[in-house]
Design a protein around this ligand. Sequence first.
Ligand code: HEM
Length: 146
Amino acid sequence: MDTERMFTLSQVAQQKSKQDCWIIIHGRVIDVTKFLEEHPGGEEVLIESAGKDATKEFEDIGHSKAAKNYILKYQIGYLQGYKIQDDDDNLFTDSYKEPMKAKEIEAFVIKQNSKPKHLVFVEYFVPFLSAAFFLYYRYLNGALQL
Ligand code: HEM
C-alpha cells in the first residue's frame, strides 16, 4: 500500500459517502470504507466524520493501540501540508505490519520460559523427598534414643 501519497483537504472532503469514506487522523488519510461495518463504535460516527479531520473525536474516545493499528492498515496517504509531530512514531505502533513476527517471538518466549515436566519433578519433588527422609531419619534416631 502506498502510504506516501499526498492528498489535499478538498480531495479528502469529496470522499464522504458510504461508498467512499475517507477521514483524516493525525495528518494520515484513511480510507475507512471497508472498515465501516467493522467499527465497534458504529458506522454512523465514521460517516459523520467523513471527508474531515477527525483527530480530536478519535482521541476524545480514548481509542486503544489496536485502533491505531487499524489506522496503519487502512491509511492511503498523508494530508498535504500537514506538519508531522515529533512524537508521531509514538502515536502509532508498526506491529500491524508484522503481526506474524510478533506472534513468533511470543511463542518463542513461552517456549523458553516453560519448564519441561521432569525439571519440575527435580526442582520440587526431590527436595521434598530429601526433607521427608531427613525428618524420618531424625525421628527414627530420636525414637531409638528414647
Ligand atoms: C480510522 C479511524 C478509526 C478507527 C480505526 C477506529 C477503531 C475503533 C476500534 C478498534 C474501537 C474498539 C475500541 C478500541 O479498540 O479502542 C473503536 C471504538 C469506538 N470508536 Fe472508533 N475508530 C475510528 C474512528 C472513530 C471516530 C472518528 C469516532 C468518533 C467520532 C469513533 C468513535 C468510537 C466509539 C464511540 C467507539 C466505542 C467505544 C466504546 O464503546 O467503548 N471512532 N473504534
